[in-house]
Write a protein that binds this ligand. Structure first.
Ligand code: MTE
Ligand code: HPA
Ligand code: MOS
Length: 817
């Protein structure tokens, strides 16, 4: 895809009368285009008391952010004497680290010290779950960009310049740079995982048709607007304050105390907000904090470490690239009969979150489809590259994309419509095997990990989108177009998403919150989650406002802080609102109950008869302003603040067999995407996107639509332009926006229509809502399938399309060749 205006593939060049007529019809149908949709969604925040949840109140920081008044870590006024650290990077992918000569660096202006592994007072291995990553490389280096130490200087620029002057003598060793090399060398960060159901080999043998194929899918750089940063400030008596741009303040606290060899209680971590995290700050913001803390500890000064963009690319991990091999069996209708699938996951040099990421890919290899006889092998490969980590979808996208590619190729092979093949394979309550003797009845409703899909809405959701996006008539129009157009070919695809909500590690599905009511009636809420732009604080404040019956503007969400909520999970797995808004709701409910009991005593009624609404406390005999009640209650020594705690019900799963109910519920959606490709240059453009997405009863439709837009475009970037290229030495050549292309505003499709599925969550979740942070990213698989559809239109016969992701111009040309 190309952002420029002057490419051969202008929007006009792909217009045709049939589609134009169809567009005109669509323009008459409500709701019109996304701009209108957006204006409906973006009403101003209600200022008076009233129902806050369910309305599109502004993001709590929106005004401050556009005014430049919202504080990020690098905006915090620096304490006098603050020093700045910059990392010393390995220039070799794999080697013996023989000597480090810092003489030249130490002679540079402003340089205070060079901090190496010998300066770590605690454990030289990072305090993460897998415990396989050194804080600073010693003995060996394991990728280009691995951090050997940091230079500390008076300014960040001085530290960066000096870091380049540190001479590391490294004796190169053979490096493993690709997943194929790792598979061959049996180089793994963790043992493989196998999940089987039924008898895949027998099913494949008996299947009327089989197809064998491979797929390569690339990684993705997070490209958060605010790069990785930490600011560590020594406090009295060997205590520490750490400001970190992190999705997981508790993890920073643990890692810092582990590296300093001190108790968790001596480290307080604060994060007001991030300028994006996208999974890249779930664990990997910890290194910055640990490196800065070791320097601060040695020099007894506050130390800040902010990676510049190039270093951020070189040092931190990305989305895991995947490589797949499969054999699939199917019948004449396109229904699957057996699947054997191998996923080789490029984890980089250490485990980080690769285990759960690769597990989630296994869990999502079904996407929306019943896999009856299936055998999946997942290899967690170790390579001499950055350690790959969480990225929106957390392995889910990599699990789904291969199955969607298989669906597309089955359809091509049989000459069927891909949507028909997809529908044919959806989960349903159709009986597989009838009751016979002791064998219980089985239906097509249970996943390969033995979880029953109880809340399936995909059949009606897909049918609704098929109609509203006029899929059938557009497919007709596109074949007519393709028959006449020699150079520009078009493609269309509808793909569904079914994404499991909960951390797959059951223990993380817990949360805490604090609600404080002050004597003037204003409210503060604090919870264990973090704000990264996704609107978590806004949604939590909306829920708390309604619980107390006060105006949204009366509730203020404060910075995440490990001294307020201990042991909080990462804000991840899309579960931020599910977990923290419920905990906050319970905290607010406790305060409300205290007030209700107090007022019931005044009015001689039952506490259950007291209501909180519209800024008032209402009993059968009277009404009082909330602020009045709070003052009276304070005077009568009633507790005006409380904690709240929530743990997700129903979930459990066996880590050794990957079976059970890892997810509380599923979030669903589907997208219809139309693309055009230029068969001479390989360039492409996404022309039209229609999305129908299930956010349950939305707590904030504007924020949810924003998440759907952003998630889709980010997924589109992953599958089209965002290409990571390591050269044959293992050097990441695309380490800046000059060579690594995320979608620009010009890449947003001209027609981009988003509708919300109008049904509450069938499970008891806060406000009836569903998690929305990650699932929409996977709607972008429709872009990849539409591209494959367009490539397929260029060739005779019914053959599969072999397209590598991302579908760059080069990869499209290769697929056409
Ligand atoms: N939206 C914005 N604007 N910025 C982000 O960094 N991260 C995504 C998603 N949406 C992200 C975002 C990811 S990876 C996750 S897991 C969720 O938000 C986390 O927040 P939530 O659980 O509160 O939805
Ligand atoms: N999603 C996101 N982050 C996680 C998960 C998950 O399922 N498990 C552990 N960290
Ligand atoms: Mo999101 S990848 O779970 O931080």
């Amino acid at each position: 895809m190309t952002a420029g205006k002057d490419i051969s593939l202008s929007r006009d060049s792909v217009a045709d009368p049939v589609a134009a007529a169809a567009d005109a019809r669509a323009d008459q149908a409500p709701p019109a285009d996304r701009h209108e949709q957006a204006s409906i969604a973006r009403q101003p925040a209600p200022t008076g008391p009233g129902q806050a949840a369910g309305r599109s109140v502004f993001h709590e920081s929106a005004r401050a952010q556009v005014a430049g008044a919202a504080t990020y870590v690098d905006d915090i006024p620096e304490i006098r004497g603050t020093l700045h650290a910059a990392p010393i990077l390995s220039t070799i992918a794999h080697g013996k680290l023989l000597a480090i000569d810092a003489t030249a660096a130490l002679a540079m202006p402003g340089v205070r010290d060079v901090i190496l592994a010998r300066d770590i007072p605690g454990d030289p291995v990072l305090g993460n779950f897998s415990h396989d990553e050194p804080v600073f490389a010693t003995g060996t280096v394991q990728h280009i960009g691995q951090v050997i130490g940091v230079v500390v200087a008076d300014t960040a620029m001085q530290a960066r310049r000096a870091a380049r002057k540190v001479v590391c003598r490294i004796e190169p060793l053979p490096a493993i740079l690709t997943v194929q090399q790792a598979m061959k060398a049996e180089s793994h960060v963790l043992p493989p995982v196998f999940v089987n159901r039924g008898d895949a080999a027998a099913a494949l043998k008996a299947a009327p048709h089989t197809l064998t194929g491979t797929l390569e899918v690339g990684g993705q750089e997070h490209f958060y607007l605010e790069g990785q940063v930490a600011y560590v400030v020594p406090q009295e008596q060997h205590q520490w304050l750490v400001y970190s741009s992190t999705q997981h303040p508790g993890e920073i606290q643990h890692w810092v105390s582990h590296a300093l060899g001190i108790d968790n209680h001596a480290v307080r971590v604060e994060c007001r907000r991030m300028g994006g995290g996208f999974g890249g700050k779930e664990t990997q913001s910890g290194q910055m904090a640990v490196w800065a803390a070791i320097a601060a500890n040695k020099l007894k000064k506050p130390v800040k470490l902010r990676l510049d963009r190039d270093d951020d690319f070189m040092v931190t991990g990305k989305r895991h690239p995947f490589s797949y091999d499969y054999t699939v069996g199917f019948d004449d209708t396109g229904r699957l009969h057996g699947l054997q699938l191998t996923m080789a996951v490029n984890c980089g040099f250490s485990a980080d979150l690769s285990g759960p990421v690769a597990d989630r890919a296994v869990f999502h290899a079904d996407n929306a489809y019943f896999l009856e006889d299936v055998s999946i092998a997942s290899y967690r490969c170790k390579t001499n590259t950055q350690s790959n980590t969480a990225f929106r979808g957390f392995g889910g996208p990599q699990g789904m994309i291969v199955t969607e590619a298989i669906m597309g190729d089955i359809a091509r092979t049989l000459g069927l419509d891909p949507l028909a093949v997809r529908k044919r394979n959806l989960y349903s309550d159709e009986v597989v095997a009838a009751v016979s003797g002791t064998v219980p009845e089985r239906r097509r409703d249970t996943t390969h990990y033995q979880m029953k899909v109880e809340d399936n809405i995909l059949e009606p959701l897909l049918s609704k989108l098929e109609l509203s996006a006029r899929y059938q008539s557009r497919r007709q129009a596109i074949s007519t177009w393709n028959a006449k157009s020699p150079v520009i070919k078009r493609g269309i695809a509808i793909t569904p998403v079914k994404f499991g909500i909960s951390f797959t590690a059951t223990l993380f599905n817990q949360a805490g919150a604090l609600v404080h009511v002050y004597t003037d009636g204003s409210v503060q809420v604090n919870h264990g989650g973090t704000e990264m732009g996704q609107g978590l604080n806004t949604k939590v404040a909306q829920i708390v406002a309604d619980e107390l019956g006060v105006a949204f503007a009366q509730v203020l969400a404060t910075a995440s802080d490990t001294s307020k909520i201990p042991n909080a999970s990462a804000t991840a797995a899309s579960a931020g609102t599910d977990l923290n808004a419920r905990a906050a709701q319970y905290a607010a409910r406790n305060v409300r109950d205290n007030l209700a009991q107090f007022v019931a005593g005044l009015d001689h009624c039952g506490a259950g008869a007291v209501q909180f609404a519209g800024g008032e406390v209402i009993t059968p005999t009277g009404k009082r302003p909330f602020t009045e009640v709070v003052k009276l209650a304070y005077a009568n020594r009633i507790q005006l603040w409380s904690d709240g705690f929530y743990r997700t019900p129903k979930i459990h799963y066996d880590k050794t067999t990957l079976t059970g109910r890892p997810f509380y519920y599923f979030a669903y959606g589907a997208a219809c995407t139309e693309v055009a490709i230029d068969t001479l240059t390989g360039e492409s453009r996404v022309l039209k996107v229609d999305i129908l997405h299930d956010a349950g009863t939305s707590i904030n439709p504007a924020i949810d639509i924003g998440q759907i837009e952003g998630g889709f475009i980010q997924g589109m970037g992953w599958l089209t332009t965002e290409q990571l290229v390591w050269n044959d030495k293992g050097y990441l050549a695309t380490h800046a926006p000059s060579t690594y292309k995320i979608p620009a505003t010009g890449d947003v499709p001209e027609h981009f229509k988003i509708d919300l599925w109008p049904e509450p969550n069938r499970e008891d979740n806060v406000f009836g809502s569903k998690a929305v942070g990650e699932p929409p990213l996977m709607l972008a698989i429709s872009v990849f399938e539409a591209m494959r559809d367009a490539v397929g239109a260029c060739r005779p016969g019914n053959q599969p399309v072999v397209l590598t992701a991302p579908a760059t111009a080069e990869n499209v040309l290769r697929a056409l060749a």
